[in-house]
Design a protein around this ligand. Structure first.
Ligand code: HEC
Length: 216
């Protein structure tokens, strides 16, 4: 009996010692060896450790969420410009109900050549995959079964500039929201470009009026 107990104690001690070596000190000699051979080990890396303060953003960097409202068309988001009020937040339900805070927004960007160029660039990047280059709802992803929608016929012709601006901002149904990616003035440039696709810009289009050519 006593002999067997002693053997059990020895086995338990050995197992415990093995576990301690494996877990506690297990990796360090291996790391040391790797450092000796390669100069550094996998543990030597810039990942933020538990409870360590995060690294500060580089100097001069601008938060992507700094108002999402660039000072001027074509500028990067640099916080809230003085004297211009951003449009109020809006939900998809409000847009569906054609809430005036969305549909009555006034387009502050004249549909001039620069705006149409920028709008075209942004449209090609974010909208054409679904709506197609000409807005007919036949973009390349529709071949893979993604739903699309013509925006150059039907209801889209009757929508106000504010409605188009808002749908870009918050999306609708399977159309994604772009509020976090497409900034305030870029949304208006896209609206101007869509008006051009719809043939709704005034004749000779790229003039400097603020009128997007939409009839009430
Ligand atoms: C992933 C595909 C997809 C992308 C990308 C996309 N849309 Fe849409 N869009 C849709 C779908 C689908 C609808 C119909 C939404 C619904 O009612 O379910 C729609 C609806 C619209 C409408 C409303 C038409 C109407 O008559 O009410 C407009 C305007 C529009 N999109 C413009 C844009 C613009 C501008 C962009 C680029 C910023 C864009 N869409 C990007 C899929 C997309």
């Amino acid at each position: 009996m006593a002999e067997r107990e002693k053997r059990m104690v020895r086995i338990r001690t050995a197992v415990l010692l093995f576990l301690v070596l494996m877990t506690g000190a297990g990796c360090t000699p291996m790391d040391d060896l790797i450092v000796a051979v390669f100069g550094r080990s996998m543990r030597d890396q810039p990942a933020i450790q538990t409870h360590q303060d995060p690294r500060l953003p580089a100097e001069g960097s601008v938060s992507f969420a700094s108002g999402n409202f660039p000072a001027q068309p074509g500028e990067i988001a640099a916080g809230q410009p003085e004297g211009v009020t951003p449009p109020p937040p809006i939900t998809p339900i409000q847009l569906l109900q054609e809430d005036p805070i969305a549909v009555d927004l006034e387009n502050p960007v004249p549909a001039d050549a620069a705006s149409l160029e920028r709008g075209g660039e942004m449209y090609a990047r974010s909208c054409a995959p679904c709506h197609g280059d000409a807005g007919a709802g036949d973009g390349p992803v529709t071949a893979a079964g993604v739903m699309s929608f013509t925006i150059v016929e039907g209801p889209a012709l009757e929508r106000s500039d504010g409605y188009l601006y808002s749908i870009i901002r918050i999306g609708r149904g399977t159309m994604p929201a772009y509020g976090h990616q497409i900034t305030h003035f870029d949304r208006w440039h896209i609206v101007n470009y869509v008006r051009q696709l719809q043939g709704q810009l005034p004749d000779g289009q790229a003039d400097d009026t603020n009128d997007s050519g939409q009839e009430d």
